[in-house]
Design a protein around this ligand. Structure first.
Ligand code: GDP
Ligand code: IMO
Ligand code: MG
Length: 425
């Protein structure tokens, strides 16, 4: 498996952290290619839980170099805290490499994220308020400040002062906030510079060298396909490309380098924040998914909205990412239910849809058309072979494969690293 992209096939929180950690055992590099500390990736090793927001999940293995590539946005304070947290818990973070081209999340990005959401009122996106949207906005407006700017005091001051002229007008005149002070921000950020310097490098070159030498490289997506700025449920999305294409631009490699694209999907589905969600359950079943699945955000602690597995969305995800495999997670959570439902199509405004609708109006009016499958209601958390799963669970997996037309190579039955079963081909 030389080059494998691991990405979220739904609305995030599919278990990408766990999957990456499982795959990273033999990897030389694990690369985060987009997003920032809006992500919360959980790893559980021998009962110990690690929640990572920026550092890729491969960090747990000593042979593996974690890489934060150019497509990411970095809040340096958060990154330094995460480095310290790992160090305190006995995980050596010194192998970490950070792209000099990655953009910085600045204090005014965090502030703008919060006040813009407040102004949107009931139309708000429900962002994580980490400054992600405003930081990517500046990147694309070519007003961003990059990691490399931290190492040239004059450039850093010039860029900061230039951008603050506009930001302060926005903050004071539009959003009724106090202005921000350039020298205070510069003092804070230039202090981070010395601490970050040992990690900074040309990550695109580093990745290319590993691929050239035939080493295993993993690309770990954040968020999920339906949160993609181009292909998700816009405007209720994040401001980057979690889809497979984002791995290429974010890491700085071409499509021919990739061997496998693994979509991580829960055996049901969840979403945090606002936006359309056709299979959402506001009943006891949804409540059970939240409590048994522990569906509370890793980053914001918000309760995740939950619902039955949506195969229309999963087929869409298989298509826009060219998925080669699926990794199905949290199958154990479905042991709670005697009968399971999966959405195979939608009905909206008098029409039936088997393809994910492009029109926001159609999507908002979608009700799912379900197929019912028998549940198994037995504890499967100790199962390690597909043949040992209850036959109803085997049927559930095969039904998904038939509908999505992508093989499910692995199934996760608990949060622990070892709670995985690999399908034999
Ligand atoms: P990510 O953002 O995609 O990495 O996912 P999160 O870490 O935000 O959320 C997934 C949650 O489910 C975490 O608490 C994981 O520890 C947990 N988890 C992962 N796989 C399984 C599984 O197969 N079963 C159960 N019960 N929990 C799982
Ligand atoms: P991981 O990597 C789930 C959601 C937010 C909001 C929208 C935009 O853990 O799967 P943003 O702060 O990115 O501008 O918020 O995207 N969101 C996530 N939802 N998992 C995530 O990351 C998310 N990152 C952002 O809730 O709806
Ligand atoms: Mg998460």
């Amino acid at each position: 498996m030389p080059a494998t992209i691991i990405l979220g096939a739904q609305w995030g929180d599919e278990g990408k952290g766990k999957v990456t950690d499982v795959f990273a055992e033999h990897a030389q590099l694990v690369v985060r290619y987009q997003g920032g500390n809006n992500a919360g990736h959980t790893i559980v090793v021998d009962g110990e839980r690690f929640a990572l927001s920026l550092i890729p999940s491969g960090v747990m293995y000593p042979q593996c170099t974690p890489v934060i590539a150019s497509g990411c946005v970095i809040d340096p304070r958060v990154l330094l805290d995460e480095i310290e947290m790992l160090d305190d818990r006995g995980v050596d973070p010194r192998r970490l490499r950070i792209s000099s081209n990655a953009h910085l999340i600045m204090p005014y990005h965090r502030k703008l994220d919060a006040v813009m959401e407040r102004y949107l009122g009931r139309h708000k996106i429900g962002t994580t308020k980490k400054g992600i949207g405003p930081a990517y906005t500046d990147k694309f407006a070519r007003q961003g400040i990059r990691v490399q700017d931290l190492f040239d005091r004059k450039i850093f001051h010039d860029k900061l002062e230039a951008t603050l002229v506009e930001k302060n007008k926005l903050l004071t005149r539009v959003y009724n906030q106090l202005p921000m002070n350039a020298s205070e921000i510069a003092d804070e950020y230039l202090e981070y510079a010395d601490r970050l310097l040992p990690y900074v490098t040309d990550t695109s070159l580093l990745i290319w060298e590993s691929l050239r030498d035939g080493r295993d490289v993993l690309f770990e997506g954040a968020q999920g396909t339906l949160l993609d700025i181009d292909h998700g449920t816009y405007p209720f999305v994040t401001s980057s490309n979690p889809t497979a294409g984002g791995a290429l631009t974010g890491a700085g490699i071409g499509p021919r380098a990739i061997d496998r694209i693994v979509g991580v999907a829960k055996a049901y589905i969840s979403r945090v924040g606002t936006g359309p969600f056709p299979t959402e359950l506001s009943d006891e079943i949804g409540e059970t998914m939240v409590s048994v699945g522990g569906e509370y955000g890793t980053v914001t602690g918000r309760r995740r909205r939950c619902g039955w597995l949506d195969l229309v969305a999963l087929r869409y995800s298989a298509r826009v990412n060219s998925l080669t495999d699926l990794f199905l997670t949290k199958l154990d959570v479905l042991s709670e239910f005697e009968t399971l439902r999966v959405a195979v199509a939608y009905s909206s405004l008098g029409e039936r849809y088997t393809e994910f609708p492009r029109q926001q109006r159609v999507l908002y009016n979608c009700s799912p058309i379900y197929e019912e499958l028998p549940g198994w209601t037995s504890d499967i958390t100790g199962v390690r072979h597909f043949r040992d799963l209850p036959k109803e669970a085997q049927r559930y997996i095969e039904f998904i494969e038939d509908e999505v037309r992508v093989p499910i190579g692995w199934v996760s039955v608990g949060p622990e690293r070892r709670q995985v079963l690999t399908r034999s081909p």
